[in-house]
Design a protein around this ligand. Sequence first.
Ligand code: AMP
Ligand code: MG
Length: 407
Amino acid sequence: MALLSIDRALELLLEPVSPKEEESVAVSLALGRILSAGVRAPCAYPHEANSAMDGYALAAGDGPWSVVGEAAAGKLFDRAVREHQAVRIFTGGVLPEGTDSVLIQENAHRQGEQLSSIAPLIKGQHVRAAGSDLREGDLLTAAGEPLTPSDLAALGGLGIQTVRCHRAPRVAIISTGDEVIPLGRSRQAGQVFNSNALFLEQAARQAGGAIIESLHLRDHRADVDRALDRITQQADLVLLSGGVSVGDHDHVGAALRARTDALMFYKVRMKPGKPVIAAQCGGCVVLGLPGNPASTMVSFELFARPVIRAMQGARRLHRTLYSAPCEASLPGGRQRHELLRAQLTHGRLSVHARQGSGDLSSLLGVNALVARPAHCDALPAGAPALYLALFGPDATQPPEAQWEKIA
Ligand code: AMP
Ligand code: MG
């Protein structure tokens, strides 16, 4: 049977997913949150005309002027200024009534209260006019976009205290394996530390999920069934690692395959991560990720992260594909799409030497997955290679659609 394509698996996975309920979030806590509705300017900005420089506020025209007072940031000069009068003003100071321009202090010649200009004046110079930056009702940020620190600064600068966002999806992590032990335990021969739980907790949180539980199960089918029955009642998304293959001790795959009504797909045409399995149990999406650390990481990026983003109402769900010169030569693509752990620095890709799905070294410093579509041509050293960036703005299209467009 032909393996499912990455994009088709994503389509099946995302089809039943809808954004979670809306809630109000204080702007100070909204970093990375996704707006459920666009935000418009509640007022024009700047609120009042103010000075962009230190100097003198006056009505443009010929001098000299006499200095009649001072307007500093936060301190108004509250009388009207007449012709041939000027007010000492500092950056951010509000232009007094009767003035329209600022003579910068570098061009001012002042003797006592007498003031003249050594350069011609242009009406409106060095003034930030009221409403010149934003008008009331202007769209500031659109629904479905994540909020950055600078977005929040702009919203806060307009006095906006709260925004409407979809709530964070509740994510439960279940790692499996008789050999898997928690960090801190003294290790016996044959045991491995639980790196997947650590990865999944951090990566799911970084994607905007709220971790409600992280537990580890031994390879017992009854334990897997019991945990799934309970946790799918509480979580929006369950991420399991390990046990998805068809070995005698792979109970996650068996438990999910047995839930025939719930099963969405099993196995995708990719490397690493082929035996990924997905089910929908009530309102909960369950993703079983293969347990090798690199497989868990790559299948999280391709499948789990878009689900977490979709549950938050993000408009763009997928990592974005770019191309950059690759330092080493790469062999032609094989039967499955391959995703190679790589690091992009200064616009050049260096693919990690070890690409085994069990290699921990392949996880270090990764910020890009070089995409080698099935049957693609070999690449000589220095030629541009396609990669999914694990940073920066997301894409609306799934990975294969992105690379088919480029190819
Ligand atoms: P599995 O998918 O259960 O067949 O596991 C594949 C490989 O990944 C085995 O070598 C496991 O020891 C390893 N593995 C499974 N779960 C974890 C985990 N939570 N942390 C680190 N390695 C794991
Ligand atoms: Mg296992």
